[in-house]
Design a protein around this ligand. Sequence first.
Ligand code: UD1
Ligand code: MG
Length: 431
Amino acid sequence: MRAAIILAAGQGTRMKSAMPKVMHRIAGRPMINHLIAACETVFERIIIVAGPGMPELERAVAPHASVVQAERLGTGHAARMAAPLLQGFAGDVAVLYGDNPLITSATLERLVATRETADLAMLAMRPVDPAKYGRVVQDGAGDVARIVEWADASEDERAISLCNAGVVCAAWTDLSRWLAALRNDNRQSEFYLTDVVGAARAEGRRNRAVEAPEAELRGINSRIELAAAEAEIQARLREAAMLGGATLTLPDTVCLSWDTQLGRDVVVEPHVVFAPGVTVEEGAQIRAFSHLEQCVVRRGAIIGPYARLRPATEVGEGAHVGNFVELKAATLGAGAKANHLSYLGDVSVGPRANIGAGTITCNYDGVNKHRTEIGADAFIGSDTALVAPVRVGARALVAAGSVVTEDVPDDALAIARGRQVNKAGRGVRAK
Ligand code: UD1
Ligand code: MG
């Protein structure tokens, strides 16, 4: 049994935000959820240390437990907050920082594997610009003697290129003892988590550093670093989508979400945005400049260019949704078509029905939303307004320009528009 403690009590001043830092989103979900997902494959228990007044964070990490660090007295102090929840815990515990969302499960696996060969394992990196990271001091054998914080380091220590990424792992029976004994007699008067490394060494224990690329271990402190992390995660998601059999014509222009599902032989043209909750089945095409959110696109359907699929939408097998068509809580049956300039909200459209250009479902009366039902093989003429609640039967035909306020029976033709009157000689030049 292994546990992870994720520290996330900091507000993240450099983000200049009303929201806790770890709640900022990457690929459609809070950065802390990316780290939790990486941890879930390696650790059976996960405990999050939140700051006071962060209910949204506690909700986002559920069902994992959270504890509150009332006063921000340092990373070691924060890790201690989890101790009451881990009383009697016999396995290994890792401590991680919530603002490190790029760490992969593979690296965490290497960390826990290294811990099997040493008393304490930690993650380290060699950043291009080591800046103010803690430095990892090694002995001649390559074991870690201690970590020295930049603020407390000598000139020689600051010249060390190996930096602390902020993840340590040890048996809880040891780690809890080292945490309890931490002192704050340093430049920043904080209880440093990093001092557990020196404490282990003082007991004659063996500490090993596991190196990983900076791209994976760098933390996020500003919105500039947040954008860089977004780019990194997007690159990973695109790669996974392509390896899974989807074609992304110009991958760098496609925005995916953490949970986007693209089936085999799906083709995604340039400049498409997938907000969370989208599944696209085999062979469907998502054409350029479309925006999709919480929807399912069935096999072989064609979406866009310039289509918008909003939540609770399902586009049936082989159906077509064309340019400037917006769908919300809409179900399109197999082979149905809505190819031009339409708003279809709170609607179910039967198989093979054809929705003419400019068709609008008038689903909102200012207070309530109402449903529209369109039967199989129905044909809705261009520029039709369907005033909901209303039902158009199977194989019914609605004349172009109609304002439909009453149900149309199966197989009927509905014409609901003013008759045309032509007045001779009353054209442009008439006086
Ligand atoms: C820490 C490390 C440093 C390492 C760097 C890597 C320590 C003492 N230093 O420094 O060696 O190179 O990370 O990024 O650990 N937090 C709390 N409660 C607190 C303090 C911090 O929950 O009282 C959380 C923060 O929200 C953050 C994480 O711990 O997620 C790290 O804290 P931060 O202040 O950023 O530590 P650094 O100074 O960056
Ligand atoms: Mg930091």
